[in-house]
Design a binder for this molecule. Sequence first.
Ligand code: NAP
Ligand code: ZN
Ligand code: ZN
Length: 347
Amino acid sequence: MFTVNAYAAPSATEPLVKTTIERRDVGPKDVLIDIKYAGICHSDIHTVRGEWGPATYPLTVGHEIVGFVSEVGSEVTLHQVGDRVGVGCMVNSCRECENCLAGFENYCLKGNTGTYGAVDVDGSITQGGYSTHIVVVEDFVLKVPESIPFEAAAPLLCAGVTTYSPLAHWNAGPGKKVAVVGMGGLGHMAVKIAHAMGAEVTVLSQTLSKQEDCLRLCADHYYATSDEATFTDLANSFDLIINTVSALIDINAYLSLLRLHGTLVSVGAPPEPLGVQAFTLFNNRRSFAGSSVGSIAETQEMLDFCAEHGIAPETELVSADYINEAYERVLKSDVRYRFVIDTATLV
Ligand code: NAP
Ligand code: ZN
Ligand code: ZN
């Protein structure tokens, strides 16, 4: 074991504080990563505040991680010292269930090992990316293409793949009308990726305050959901809706915007049930679905897709001592569009 600097939540109700955490020694199949940047995902906030259930404290969160490989185990073949790499929401899975064998580690039937707050192979609780170093088994480490600016690459590891995966699965592309609900970290990536896939993209945000930005980010249309006319004007019009909202919304109002055979995919994860009404689904034979991050193969595919299409998140780089303020701003939807921690400020 060795000790590294980190930021951690001491409990569900206290601010995060600078501390040290233990990392395991590099095993034969492990990679040691010198973390350079870590994104702040709304899931970090849900988790440390206990909104999804009790957590084990102190807890270091962060699952949008990029850095350089600084050591490899004796049996590592996929990565070399000096490589630009990333780690997303999971660091292992059972590797033997039906879903793992089909290449969907994110849907591991035994539950994949989350990057933070999960029980690791050695029985310890995994600690995430708000830290200077992390040790991860090589197959769960992604290659970050050279052409993606490093600090902007971090949010792709969660926000990027969580939106790429449903957009690819439900065939966003030419001739498809896609709506994105909520313009935060995930939402703005959904707009960029759906546009690059060739879909016609509409943003549904609470107010008109992000309209100019969204049109610059390649959205074709923008509507405020605080305006009731939005729901009558857009009734029965979308093939696919990606809901990224972190809070409870009237999901039936959004389902009614789907045209024949349309699908609404919720990736937003409020703690409360979403309350779908059967008759809203009967009309237009609509589908209501969920999607959880993406597999390792899909994450690499997304990174390569973003490199090919010149896509990178809009980021605000912050020092570690700004994390608690950044959380408050995320909660007020005052983020344009992802906070990224410069881990040099942790040293
Ligand atoms: P975020 O940056 O805070 O974005 C969420 C957006 O939702 C806000 O910017 C805001 O957009 C909108 N919003 C917030 N509160 C609202 C309310 N009360 N009513 C209506 N709209 C509201 O969060 P994020 O990091 O993108 O994460 C979004 C959600 O996805 C979180 O719940 C997170 O835990 C979840 N998530 C799920 C997965 C998965 O695998 N499924 C992966 C990552 C994250 P506007 O200001 O534009 O309205
Ligand atoms: Zn996340
Ligand atoms: Zn499995």
